[in-house]
Design a protein around this ligand. Structure first.
Ligand code: 9MR
Length: 392
């Protein structure tokens, strides 16, 4: 179904430091705010040097880790270079749309009683044919629900809909999935409930037990998949992130205490290139608190938003690479972290182009490969972090 895998030519990153110095000075004089200027200058001293022979897949496997990325069916099908890049660099594929209830042109749940596995099956076949694991994303989420949902699903039948969906979808891939994001983004502190749960359709229809129900149903349908709770906004040294870390920890403790079959936390890790409030110690503490519950941790949607960074590509790539390496060095220090997934592989296909475009309309550069599938400094940064990681 997908183009047959052909080994691609290896690309080598090249850049001239002298030229870069000039550009930064120019950028600094014109547009860089002070903290960015400091970061750009500091990143000049970083070489991001790495022996480029081994792909990220092999470097992560060498440490007992899995590296992978999210991708979309149509992009993989139509772009041989993207497919090549996945096969060469990734140990895991995450369908970005195809296992949501309703996302993309040919959704999984076109009608209340219909399941269309065409695209998801295509991606699983591609992954299996090329030796990649697959993760399922996502069974229960307040977004990407079909239009028909609201008129059809009500408090009388909601349990039946949830159970049927999970049984059918998880059952369809039983024994074939590495892991499932069973519940996604269930915490929202602004909704001001004592339990910090987000007011989602599932919560309104089924009450807070919907989370336990989803995990139990998934465990029954596939006893071998790793079952994950996945969320965002957990990464920085902000009051909102600290409150969310606390709320997530409380939810995880609660689920473990009642015997819910949950095995891991997914930390999305949509990072911001211009953030200056990263606190390694606080994040480390959180990771270790999660690990002490007996849970594994996956970095599930890593990317770096470059919306507010200088437009100069060399400066931008250096700052982005620094963010990747600093973040990964911290999270990979926690032995419970077993996988790192980027949310996309090449800048040609990233949700950020649509959801967080730059005001100057310059193409975003958030991922380890550029839009021509060449390795960027972010790739070097990831390679270095994997090489420096402890063994699992
Ligand atoms: O990247 C995804 C984008 O293409 C979709 O339009 C959107 C809605 O389905 O979901 C995006 O992925 C999100 C993921 O499923 C959950 N965490 C946040 C991701 C970025 O918004």
């Amino acid at each position: 179904m997908f183009p047959k895998y052909i080994f691609p030519r290896r690309h080598i990153l090249q850049f001239g430091l002298g030229a870069l110095m000039g550009t930064i000075a120019l950028a600094g004089a014109k547009i860089l705010p002070l903290n960015r200027w400091a970061q750009a200058v500091e990143s000049l001293n970083r070489t991001f040097a790495v022996d480029e022979k081994l792909p990220l897949k092999d470097r992560s496997i060498a440490k007992g880790l899995i590296y992978g990325a999210a991708g979309r069916y149509g992009d993989l099908l139509n772009t041989q270079k993207l497919a090549d890049c996945f096969v060469q660099e990734c140990g895991m594929l995450v369908p970005e749309w195809e296992l949501k209830w309703f996302a993309g042109e040919q959704p999984l749940r076109p009608g209340p009683h219909q399941f269309d596995f065409t695209r998801a099956d295509g991606m699983v076949e591609f992954a299996q044919a090329n030796g990649l694991f697959v993760r399922g994303h996502t069974l229960v989420w307040h977004l990407s629900l079909p239009d028909w949902f609201e008129g059809i699903v009500n408090s009388q039948n909601a349990r039946r809909f949830l159970v049927k969906h999970i049984k059918t979808v998880v059952g369809h891939y039983a024994g074939q999935m590495h892991s499932w994001d069973v519940v996604n983004e269930a915490i929202e502190l602004n909704h001001e409930r004592d339990d910090n749960l987000r007011k989602t359709p599932w919560l309104e229809l089924l009450g807070s037990n919907y989370i336990d129900l989803a995990f139990r149903t998934a465990a029954e349908a596939d006893p071998h998949a790793l079952l994950v709770y996945n969320d965002y906004g957990l990464e920085y040294d902000r009051d909102t992130d600290e409150s969310k870390r606390k709320a997530v920890l409380k939810l995880l403790e609660h689920l473990k205490a009642r015997g819910t079959p949950i095995h891991a936390l997914g930390i999305q890790s949509h990072l911001q290139g211009d953030a200056t409030d990263f606190n390694p110690d606080r994040l480390r503490r959180f990771l270790s608190d999660v690990a002490s519950l007996g849970l594994k941790i996956l970095i599930t949607e890593l990317d770096v938003n470059d919306q507010k960074l200088p437009v100069d590509i060399e400066v931008r790539d250096r700052i982005v690479a620094g963010v990747y390496e600093d973040y990964l060095n911290v999270v990979l220090d926690e032995p419970a972290v077993i996988a790192v997934l980027t949310w996309g592989l090449s800048d040609r296909y990233t949700w950020l182009s649509q959801f967080n475009p730059r005001s100057d309309n310059a193409p975003v550069r958030s991922l380890p490969f550029d839009d021509q599938f060449n390795r960027k400094l972010a790739w070097n940064a990831m390679a270095r972090a994997f090489d420096n990681a402890r063994n699992r």
